[in-house]
Ligand binder design. Structure first.
Ligand SMILES: Cc1cc2nc3c(=O)[nH]c(=O)nc-3n(C[C@H](O)[C@H](O)[C@H](O)COP(=O)(O)O)c2cc1C
Length: 341
């Protein structure tokens, strides 16, 4: 479960970096993995309105947005944007992040691709301003709501601070922490309490486990946390899998291939599903459920389609079998008593 903070203020250690830090700290304490993306420090081009993404689904720029911001936004369940009010709007740096989101708008509305996290992702806003005008935050909130729609995040609120001018203005207010923690709890509510963390593992980490992740996140309740990994990751297999999933209108383009060890650093599964026997001789990681899907990647479209059907059937059965179960106390080394498909 990933919470990402988009920091819009160029002032290091200022009000929004303080509130964003508290917000993410709260989510981390609830088990979320957290990442901060400081827009002013990242190097990316402004959207130039060339229309390329509307035709191809890709942006023409291969910069920090494409390599760092987009992949992280795409795998985040919670996105919180923090910005000072600059002339009654968000900072230019944060607005530039939103404008580059046109690529996601195109993927959703022009190419009709479906983001597997679209029913889960939530968006929240933090903002501060020096004065106390009525409409101080209206523009930022309106921009954000359209941006959140493009990236498939349900808008779930804004916490705003007036009369906060100096750098430490909010850090010195006694109620700031409580207000931010309450806001973070609102953003995280559907994910908590976590009823279990499922990890899908396959050998290449590029095809079956990413398909299973996409299918499971689409149908499982938000309080079942789901991830994926490969024992022997094969990144070159990612692109053909993404292309094929796009034919099914599922958008996996920015979902990375995770190595098993790297994934276990931030995700502690209660239930490990070994999709193709890749864990059978693993020294330290043991599966709770083993499926017998083919270990080798499919060689053509027909094989891929057949594989996807098999993955989908098993995922549906698994998620249905977990209904009402609380796995959160399971240790994945303990054999599961779940009726496995
Ligand atoms: C370029 C600029 C424009 C600003 N415009 C406004 C404004 O329109 N209304 C307002 O109340 N404060 C405005 N402010 C003040 C900031 O919004 C305020 O100090 C904020 O708390 C700074 O947050 P930070 O510490 O996270 O950077 C502006 C500040 C700057 C530098």
């Amino acid at each position: 479960m990933l919470a990402v903070g988009l920091q819009g203020s160029p002032r290091k250690g200022g009000n929004n970096s303080h509130t964003l830090g508290l917000f993410l700290e709260r989510l981390k304490s609830k088990g979320f993995e957290t990442i901060t993306l400081p827009a002013p420090q990242l190097k990316f081009a402004f959207c130039i309105g060339c229309g390329s993404c509307e035709k191809t689904g890709w942006c023409v720029f291969n910069d920090d947005y494409a390599l760092k911001i987009a992949p992280i936004l795409r795998r985040a369940e919670v996105i919180v944007m923090a910005s000072p009010v600059y002339f009654y709007g968000p900072s230019a740096q944060l607005k530039a992040v939103m404008d580059r989101g046109q690529m996601f708008w195109s993927r959703k509305y022009r190419l009709k691709l479906s983001d597997p996290l679209k029913k889960r992702r939530r968006g929240y806003i933090l903002s501060s301003a020096a004065t106390s005008g009525d409409d101080l935050f209206s523009s930022f909130i309106l921009n954000s709501r359209y941006f959140f729609d493009a990236i498939d995040a349900a808008y779930c609120g804004a916490l705003t601070f007036r009369r906060a001018e100096g750098k430490g203005a909010l850090a010195s207010r006694s109620d700031t922490e409580k207000r931010v923690y309450t806001a973070a709890d609102v953003a995280a509510a559907p994910f908590l309490p976590c009823k279990g963390r499922i990890l899908f593992v396959c050998r290449d980490g590029a095809i079956k486990s990413r398909m299973a992740w996409a299918m499971a996140t689409t149908i499982a309740p938000s309080n079942l946390w789901i991830s994926h990994a490969g024992t022997d990751p094969q990144v070159p297999l990612k692109a053909p899998c993404d292309s094929w999933m796009e034919i099914r209108k599922t958008d996996l383009r920015y979902i990375p291939v995770h190595t098993l060890n790297e994934r276990l650093e931030t995700f502690s599964p209660n239930l490990i599903v070994d999709m193709d026997g890749s864990l059978s001789d693993h020294a330290t990681v043991h599966a709770d459920i083993t499926w017998n899907l083919p270990a080798l990647p499919p060689e053509n479209d027909d094989e891929t389609k057949a594989l996807a059907r098999q993955v989908e059937a098993r995922v549906k059965k698994l998620i249905a079998s977990l209904k009402g179960n609380d796995l959160s106390h399971n240790n994945h080394d303990t054999p599961s008593r779940i009726d496995t498909p």
